[in-house]
Design a protein around this ligand. Structure first.
Ligand SMILES: Nc1ncnc2c1ncn2[C@@H]1O[C@H](COP(=O)(O)OP(=O)(O)OP(=O)(O)O)[C@@H](O)[C@H]1O
Ligand SMILES: [Mg+2]
Length: 439
């Protein structure tokens, strides 16, 4: 049996229980306070997170609605983000692009500034370079960049497609060049026309005089023969031999005939130059295209005669063409000179080639085909030959303006069309179609 607890012991126990109860109460109060503080902190964190999320959503919305492409890259220029416009521009998706480096879409980035791609972030103005789509096609862009992150670990790239602007600039240059070419031709034409006009009169009287000499010599020869007969063959023989009349009798008519032939050719050239120098921009007339072809073939003879023979196959039933003769002359000249160059490139200097200019009446009007046996046109450049300044020729031999001008004259100024067929190594045919007069 337990001994009954003594009075002092009981007091001690009661005091201890009281202390413990107070301590528990204190602890409970503290716990309550801490829980409240924690709850408040948690609430604060939650609202900070919501604010941050809202800012991030706003930023994303801004980036997605930007009219320019935005690309964010990390270290080593690995792509981390691509906005909607950039995806459209490069023909890629965010997930595909995230496996690429920026150079995949901007292959010439390193050479865009003297300081490489790094220099773009420092450049004040956007830098122009060439971008590449996923399908391998290229287009011009302007790129600017900003380094982000405290250690500069990411970069934001702004990319702007400037294809339209580039096309407009090219068009402006093309117009300027056509204008200066037209002005050049006009002044050249005026000068050539003036010279041709001045040459006309002397050619006329030299021709008339030579014809007179021809007739006069015929009479003189008859008179001489009559005199020889009267004097007698023996007496006349000494004089005939002394002045070598036999020789003169034979050579003078030949010399006169050759002179007349040369004069006829000069007259023909002067006429061609006059026709050629018909002022640019003058009103259109109903022209005979066959005549224009003949003139162009003759004026360009120097260019083709050493490398090719030129055949004209001209339709006799060709309707007239409402046209500017000077411009059509330019068209024919450029196409014939190009044909001669192509033949030269195919070795025409050692083995002569052939140029055929054919005219035909067709349902759309009139068709001219210029066919050559030259080097032909490679398929990869066929789509570019009408571009201004596109040339495969060395400087001095070609400027790449011919076909561009031909295209403008035929399509814009005459409502016609121009096409080309070519078998590389076999030659090429340029087909110009023009509407007939009155259609
Ligand atoms: N008949 C042809 N055969 C083969 N290639 C041709 C022919 N005609 C034109 N080309 C090609 O098209 C390019 C462009 O021709 P275009 O007439 O515009 O310029 P170009 O002849 O080079 O110079 P330019 O005419 O200004 O003197 C040529 O450089 C050539 O490569
Ligand atoms: Mg040319």
């Amino acid at each position: 049996m337990n001994e009954p607890t003594s009075a002092p012991n009981r007091d001690h126990l009661a005091q201890r229980a009281e202390r413990e109860r107070r301590a528990r109460k204190e602890a409970e109060k503290l716990l309550d306070e801490k829980s409240r503080a924690l709850y408040a902190a948690n609430k604060e964190l939650e609202s900070a997170h919501a604010a941050q999320k809202q800012t991030a959503d706003q930023m994303r919305a801004v980036l997605e609605s930007m009219p320019n492409g935005v690309v964010i890259t990390g270290a080593d220029r690995n792509i981390e983000y691509l906005n909607f416009v950039a995806q459209q521009m490069f023909g890629s998706t965010r997930s595909l692009a995230s496996k690429q480096r920026l150079e995949h879409f901007l292959p010439q980035l390193e050479s865009a500034t003297p300081d490489g791609a790094r220099g773009i972030a420092e450049a004040f103005d956007p830098v122009s370079t060439i971008a590449q789509r996923s399908d391998g096609t290229h287009f011009p862009v302007e790129v600017s960049a900003a380094v982000a992150g405290s250690q500069g670990q990411s970069t934001v790239w702004m990319v702007r497609d400037i294809t339209n602007r580039t096309i407009q600039e090219l068009r402006r240059k093309q117009l300027e060049s056509q204008l200066s070419q037209a002005q050049r031709l006009e002044s050249l034409g005026t000068m050539a026309g003036g010279i041709a006009h001045e040459l006309n009169t002397p050619i006329q009287f030299v021709s008339d005089n030579t014809k007179f000499l021809s007739d006069a010599f015929r009479d003189l020869r008859s008179a001489l023969a009559a005199l020889q007969e009267q004097v007698g063959a023996e007496k006349a023989a000494a004089t005939t031999a002394e002045f070598d009349l036999e020789y003169l009798n034979q050579e003078i008519p030949q010399a006169i005939a050759q002179s007349l032939d040369g004069l006829a050719r000069i007259a023909e050239i002067v006429l061609a130059v006059k026709r050629f120098s018909h002022p640019v921009g003058s009103n259109k007339e109903d022209n005979d295209l066959n005549e224009i072809v003949r003139t162009a073939a003759m004026v360009s003879k120097n260019q083709w005669k050493c490398v090719a023979d030129l055949d004209l196959d001209l339709a006799s039933d060709l309707p007239r063409v409402r046209s500017n003769a000077s411009e059509l002359n330019q068209v024919l000249l450029n196409l014939i000179v190009n044909a001669a160059h192509a033949i030269e490139d195919a070795g025409g200097a050692t083995r002569k080639g052939k140029i055929v200019v054919q005219t035909r009446a067709v349902s759309q009007g009139v068709e001219v085909r210029i066919t050559d046996t030259g080097a032909g046109i490679a398929p990869e450049i066929k789509g570019r030959i009408f571009d201004l300044f596109f040339t495969t020729k060395a400087p001095g031999r070609g400027t790449g303006q011919g076909l561009s001008l031909v295209h403008t004259f035929v399509t814009k100024n005459h409502g016609g069309s121009i096409d080309v067929e070519s078998e590389p190594g076999q030659g090429a045919t340029f087909i110009v179609t023009l509407p007939a007069a009155g259609t």
